[in-house]
Design a protein around this ligand. Sequence first.
Ligand SMILES: Nc1ncnc2c1ncn2[C@@H]1O[C@H](COP(=O)(O)OP(=O)(O)O)[C@@H](O)[C@H]1O
Ligand SMILES: [Mg+2]
Length: 221
Amino acid sequence: MDPSPDPIEDKDLKLEYKPGEMIGDHFTVIGKLGQGGFGAVYKATTPEPECKTIAVKVGTFKDDDLDFATNEFDRMYQLKSDSPNGVPSEYCLDVEPQIIIDLVPGRPINFFSFGMEFIEGQDLFNFTVKTLQHLPDTEKQEAIQHLMLEIAKNLQYFTDNSVAHFDIKPENIMITPDLKVKIVDYGLMREPDHATGKGTLLFMSPEILEGQVDEKGFCRI
Ligand SMILES: Nc1ncnc2c1ncn2[C@@H]1O[C@H](COP(=O)(O)OP(=O)(O)O)[C@@H](O)[C@H]1O
Ligand SMILES: [Mg+2]
């Protein structure tokens, strides 16, 4: 079951964009938000008259790996569709309706891009370094307790929807100015018993590294 609309082609897709440039025919870049192992994320706007501020992820993939390229978009689309009335829950990201695919068979690098909800704030890594560690002890403790609970609620939401994220780490956890938490980067999200074995080495659980995971995502040994 693939809930996404047919991918549309765009021959001008690339990975690096400057402010004012267009990603595909639709999104105008405001600036870069971040870069991870799979691509770059830009702050951008949708076309007039809407001019909504969104985040656009641009990534590369091998021509025999289209499923891998579309997985993040498909997961977002599915979680949004499964939410009551198609309104995304506070724990999943809203996604724009189409993914752009630039795929030329035989070419070493191909590109995808899609738009999603822009999250104001910073990721947990930057939040810890720039904000959290400068708070007085009592406030710091309260903030940590609050954030732990919010992160747990986000993870519970994934579990309730029969998926596991498989790349939980500070860079993939966004903290808003009012200390709400939203997890990003659904690239490795799968059903719990379909782990890809990929992830971020320092944050991977031993059972994933050893491939010992049961259908609920728990360790078998
Ligand atoms: N929807 C978003 N809103 C705001 N910032 C985002 C959003 N998605 C990602 N980012 C920022 O961009 C960075 C890279 O995005 P991510 O999806 O994790 O890419 P990768 O798959 O390459 O790791 C994140 O660490 C975060 O700082
Ligand atoms: Mg990431």
